[in-house]
Design a protein around this ligand. Structure first.
Ligand code: GLC
Length: 726
């Protein structure tokens, strides 16, 4: 069916309502409330407008989506099918680790596979579009939504953005009913909310916006993502939802995005409290002029655009373009031929939570877990020693994390079950010890009694799912006090302590680090979490994850990130003054655990760093190589990282910038030479005039096991390079 001819048959009201997205309960044929992720205030929407709506938010399950679509098609005059959109962020029913955890795998193929499985389960259940990946750069662990991102590095986020878009969408959406369209979010700079408070003000220089926050969106767009979601926040004083320079000049013209642009939940109407729109009609006009195609969960367009178009304040061709983009997406998804697309009640039973999907969830959990400390090789645990499992997360199946609305605790493997597979029950005791946020003296007493007889104590501590994610900001990023009390009491028993952590953000672990012998960062590991943790604890799997967001020494250091600038008075300069240096009086500058950090049960030695040349000229490349040796007695996978530093730039440059990485598997005693190739293109950055180019001069290259522990060599970018670019 030709979409232009459909457009030509549409009335003004039909066009405008095509831009409206409402949640599931508004639709005939809905069986439950579906996914609700924002405020649902009483909405002034007529039945006739709902019949003309273009998309549904948060419906799921083949039965429900088929039923809503069927009812809709009976009523919709032109038979335009609905688009079903929802947040399939880290899995549909097979839940993978939260994105911040998956980032720690540094495994792009794995991220693609997880997205592909999520798409398959969602598509067979009737979903057409997922609001993912979330690619916001994150530097502030107070912000609960850091768990949705892959971390603090623009390059790494871009690589993960590409991989996830590819996994969700595949190559041909139309021919593959088990893929979904991807909506990258939130454009732009949502992660820079002041004070880490959700929805808060963002104030960034245009240069920083372009250098740090835009690249992952560009990568997603270049990978072909069909949709972009505008952010809630302001950018340069104007809410993204009404920000024409951001959405039209930058996103559409400069970045080349031609797909559907959607507001976030209620964000069009939120232009009123932001204070840029006087009323809903004004909000509709502003969002439309900025280029928002779909208004999510408010009805400013539906109720006010008809008048705006009739009076000429909004031009009809603008409206037509928006409608066409939506119809084009429906066409791309093949909905005009088959409005039910992949939705299939029988196949849904077969695909969802299949053995194969669980296997990938297991691999993803194993590779996402980060070993933060392992004093005296306490881990892997000795099967001959008895073990006390203590803490509110031991027996919990609430380890799926935020944005796992379709995931069920009943399908999830707890730590207790995962460990139980390895241990004779006579060697194992367990106790809750404390509630997540509330002390219970009877639970504490019971735990201490049980732990007193064990050789080793394993504590499962952390944050409940609801303590991170959207609207999950915290100013205190320590383990809740009730659990710290448990930790302190357990310490008094004087036994070896392993802490396994469940959380959606980098935490302040200073006290835990000082008192625990081993720390395993499990994040929210998903459906197969318990199995992955059990296998790692007993050495059936060797941890390989590396942090993609710095863990601070205290919340006072935040925002804290590895690729910071030097300042004019760096603390570590050879001539640094004791007082007049950039530092805290009461804390180190460094994080407790840096970006790229993560231990293994084996150890790796890096030596013999070399570069193929001391100079790099335009059009040429330079290769850096290093020997990496597994010096322990267990096979392992090391994530070898390459950073550069531009020593003298037109604009100040970070002390280190990640440029490449490789996952290298090594048997005990094995050495591999790992090589990276760099060209002038890798050295380009956003200059003061917002153009991208490189500065000739001295560079350092660092290769190592984390952003902190590296070997270095220098090279020179030859002078003619910049000139030749101009
Ligand atoms: C929100 C979120 C966004 C999500 C949307 C739809 O409030 O900010 O990430 O995709 O609602 O659920």
């Amino acid at each position: 069916m030709d979409i232009t001819s459909i457009l030509n048959q549409m009335t003004l009201e039909e066009k405008i309502n095509q831009l409206m997205q409402l949640a599931t309960p508004f639709f005939h044929g809905s069986m439950d409330r579906g996914e609700i992720t924002g405020p649902m205030k009483a909405m002034d929407v007529s039945e006739s407008a709902i019949i003309q709506a273009g998309s549904v938010l948060g419906a799921s399950g083949a039965e429900q989506t088929i039923s809503i679509q069927r009812e809709h098609l009976k009523r919709n005059r032109l038979g335009i099918p609905l688009l079903f959109m929802s947040d399939i962020v880290h899995g549909y029913k097979t839940i993978f680790p939260v994105p911040l955890a998956l980032g720690c795998s540094w495994n792009l193929n794995l991220a693609e596979e997880c997205a592909e499985i999520a798409a398959k389960e969602a598509a067979v259940s009737g979903t057409h579009v997922t609001f993912a990946p979330m690619v916001d750069l994150v530097r502030d662990p107070r912000w609960g939504r850091v768990m949705e991102s892959t971390g603090e590095d623009a390059y790494l986020n871009s690589e993960f953005a590409k991989a996830q878009v590819k996994g969700f969408q595949g190559d041909h959406l139309k021919d593959d009913p088990y893929r979904v369209a991807s909506c990258v979010k939130h454009f732009a700079a949502y992660g820079a909310a002041e004070g880490g408070r959700d929805y808060n003000t963002v104030d960034l220089s245009p240069r920083e916006l372009m250098e740090s926050y835009v690249p992952a969106f560009q990568a997603a767009i270049d990978a072909g993502c069909e949709m972009v979601m505008a952010a809630f926040n302001i950018v340069d004083g104007v809410p993204a939802t009404a920000n024409e320079p951001l959405l039209k000049q930058l996103l559409r013209e400069q970045m080349g995005f031609g797909g559907v642009l959607i507001s976030d939940w209620g964000a069009v109407k939120e232009l009123l409290p932001h204070g840029v729109a006087g009323d809903e009609a004004d909000a509709a006009r502003l969002a439309m002029q900025a280029g928002i195609d779909i208004e999510m969960m408010t009805t400013c367009y539906s109720n006010h655009l008809p008048t705006k178009v009739k009076e000429g304040t909004v031009e009809e061709h603008q409206l037509d373009e928006a409608v066409l983009r939506i119809l084009r997406l429906k066409e791309k998804l093949g909905l005009f031929e088959n409005p039910y697309r992949g939705a299939d009640i029988e196949k849904e039973k077969e695909f969802v939570l299949s053995e194969k999907h669980r296997e990938t969830a297991y691999d993803a959990a194993v590779q996402s877990i980060v070993l933060l400390k392992n004093k005296c090789h306490l881990l892997p645990l000795d099967l001959k020693r008895s073990l006390a499992l203590i803490g509110p997360f031991i027996d919990s199946t609430d380890i799926l994390g935020p944005w796992s609305w379709k995931g069920s605790p009943e399908d999830t493997v707890s730590v207790y079950d995962g460990i139980g597979k390895h241990c004779e029950s006579t060697r194992l005791v367990s106790a809750e010890g404390s509630h997540i946020e509330k002390t219970s003296s009877s639970l504490l007493e019971d735990a201490l009694k049980k732990a007193a007889h064990a050789d080793t104590i394993l504590l499962g501590l952390g944050e409940a799912s609801k303590m991170s994610g959207e609207a999950g900001s915290r100013t205190n990023i320590q383990i809740p006090e009730a659990q710290m009390r448990l930790f302190r009491e357990i310490q008094k028993l004087g036994k070896p302590i392993v802490v396994v952590l469940f959380n959606g953000r980098p935490l302040d672990l200073t006290e835990i680090e000082a008192g625990a012998d081993a720390i395993l960062e499990a994040w929210f590991p998903g459906t197969e979490g318990g199995n992955a943790i059990g296998d790692i604890l007993f050495g059936q799997a060797n941890p390989s994850g590396k942090l993609t967001m710095s863990f601070p020494n205290s919340v006072g250091q935040v925002p804290l990130y590895y690729n910071h600038f030097n300042t004019g008075r760096p603390k570590d300069a050879p001539d640094a003054q004791e007082r007049y240096a950039s530092q805290y009086l009461d804390s180190p500058n460094e994080p407790l655990f840096p970006f790229g950090y993560g231990l293994s049960y084996t150890s790796y030695r890096y030596d013999n760093i070399k570069s193929s040349s001391g100079t790099l000229c335009s059009g040429e490349s330079i290769t850096f190589s290093i020997d990496v040796t597994n010096t322990g007695n267990m096979a392992g996978t090391e994530i070898v990282q390459l950073y550069i530093q531009d020593l003298v730039g037109e604009v100040v440059r970070p002390v280190k910038e990640l440029k490449d990485f490789q996952r290298v598997s090594l048997l005990p005693g094995e050495t591999k030479r790992v090589s990276f190739t760099i060209t002038e293109k890798h050295l380009r950055y956003v200059h003061a005039d917002l153009s991208r180019s490189s500065d000739p001069g001295e560079f350092k290259t660092f290769i190592g096991t984390s952003s902190r522990d590296v070997s270095e060599v220098s090279f020179r970018l030859k002078k003619d390079v910049k000139e030749s670019l101009q």
